[in-house]
Design a protein around this ligand. Structure first.
Ligand SMILES: [Zn+2]
Length: 67
């Protein structure tokens, strides 16, 4: 149940959340500028990287020790 990659490849309107074509410059639903999505995408990637850097489960070891 992880259809996130499919959503990333699509252009989603940051205003109403309508899925538009990746080459769409304006949202056909509300008319918002889709160029904002590009900036939002970078911010999301930065946030994702920061989360990946920070440990979330101290009880479970991330890297198994080789014998
Ligand atoms: Zn919209």
């Amino acid at each position: 149940m992880c259809f996130r990659p499919a959503e990333i490849s699509m252009n989603k309107c940051p205003a109403c959340g309508a899925v538009c074509k990746p080459n769409a410059t304006e949202c056909p639903a509300c008319g918002a500028e889709m160029s904002i999505v590009m900036i939002d995408n970078e911010a999301q990637q930065a946030r994702f990287a920061a989360e990946a850097n920070a440990p979330k489960a101290p009880a479970a070891p991330a890297a198994p020790s080789p014998k």
